[in-house]
Design a binder for this molecule. Structure first.
Ligand code: TTP
Ligand code: MG
Length: 363
């Protein structure tokens, strides 16, 4: 059965909060970011109102350039604490619509409402009522995409910003995606765009008509991912690390059973690194580390270590994994499979927001 997923994203978030709190700025070009110092300021634009976007201003533009484009604009420094408070208020409204909820940034979240509604028509009704509620209770606008996958819902929420609902039911996926720029696909940024363009791939439609093998040949893993997104193949769940997710694990079977440490240790390092990348991206911490080893003859053993507190540290984890591995020294059999598991998970949402702000401070 098709899922019905909402992606909700606040419109020009920081600027919208400032316009709400200073009604005299409403309808004007508001630019949030570093001090422009009459065109000599350093630093960048965090975001700006839609009126300012008409001048060509956008997030990450050097503030000096923004000033040149629109000297009459209203330039404000960000009030991070205030934005966190507003973000939390919005998130608690969004959360109330489903247990399958995932905050994906300071001003965006996914909600899977498949279980509470009948069809995409009802999806639109819910999305519109969420938008109304956020505006009434918080005083700022939000745009929502309604679609069967996370990636399409995200593209849809951005489609007719600000203050709109865009619904993409399964039968309209291709017609919706085909004219979208390839950078709408998460994972295709400015740099990959240039590379894709040199192979005459500009729109998602161009990806749709390219065979998967060709995409892999030209763009590797990124090409495979993009091809799948373009075909509506994205079964990522809402709330990968929320709700019921208790652990994350990865394992590999060796092509040939081995007791070569030069094969086993790098594999362990690779699994550990991959999981830490995912954990770090999702701001997830763990208490328990487990190693799993299957020897020839399918005899499987596990060993675990639990810390008294939550951590997320790739080096420490590797040290623990190697120590746990030592416990199998007496078994003289060859290794068929090796796996690692991190459990007792906890997600730190605040951390994510602070990281975003720090990032803004330093770019
Ligand atoms: P976005 O949702 O990307 O942007 P936005 O809400 O301002 O505009 P849109 O209507 O297009 O969604 O980011 C949310 C907030 O995060 C934004 O208001 C400010 C902050 N931010 C930065 O500080 N620097 C950046 O480069 C970006 C992209 C966002
Ligand atoms: Mg936004």
């Amino acid at each position: 059965m098709d899922r019905i997923i909402l992606h909700c994203d606040l419109d020009c978030f920081f600027a919208a909060v400032e316009a709400r709190d200073n009604p005299e700025y409403k309808g004007k070009p508001i630019i949030i970011g570093a001090d422009p110092k009459r065109g000599n300021g350093r630093g960048v634009v965090s975001t700006c109102s839609y009126e300012a976007r008409k001048f060509g201003i956008h997030s990450a533009l050097p503030i000096s350039q923004a000033y040149r484009l629109c000297p009459e604009g209203i330039y404000l420094k960000p009030s991070h604490d205030k934005y966190i408070t507003v973000s939390n208020q919005v998130m608690s409204i969004l959360k109330s619509y489903s247990d399958k909820f995932q905050q994906a940034g300071i001003d965006e979240a996914y909600i899977d409402i498949t279980e509470s509604i009948k069809d995409f028509k009802e999806g639109k009704i819910i999305a519109d009522s969420i938008r109304e509620r956020v505006y009434k209770e918080i005083g700022i606008t939000i745009s929502i995409g309604v679609a069967p996958t996370k990636s399409i819902a995200k593209i849809a929420s951005d489609h007719e910003k600000p203050n709109s609902t865009t619904v993409v039911p399964p039968n309209l996926i291709f017609s919706f995606l085909k004219n979208q720029e390839i950078t709408r696909i998460p994972g295709i940024g400015k740099k990959s765009k240039i590379y894709y363009n040199t192979h005459r791939i500009k729109t998602i439609g161009d990806i749709i008509v390219t065979p998967l093998e060709k995409m892999i040949e030209l763009f590797g893993k990124n090409g495979k991912w993009a091809w799948n997104i373009a075909h509506g193949n994205d079964n990522r769940e809402v709330g990968e690390f929320h709700g019921n997710r208790k652990s994350i694990s990865k394992e590999r079977t060796f092509h040939k059973d081995t007791n070569e440490m030069t094969f086993i240790i790098p594999k362990l390092e690779e699994l550990n690194e991959k999981i830490h990348y995912k954990l770090s991206k999702n701001k997830v911490f763990y208490k328990t580390i487990t190693i799993k080893i299957r020897f020839e003859g399918f005899i499987t053993h596990t060993r675990s270590k639990t810390f008294p507190f939550h951590i997320r540290n790739e080096k420490t984890a590797l040290k623990v994994l190697l120590e746990l591995y030592q416990e199998f020294n007496d078994i003289k059999k060859k290794v068929r499979l090796i796996g690692v598991r991190f459990s007792n998970l906890k997600r730190e949402i605040k951390q994510k927001q602070i990281t975003l702000f720090n990032y803004n401070k330093y770019i």
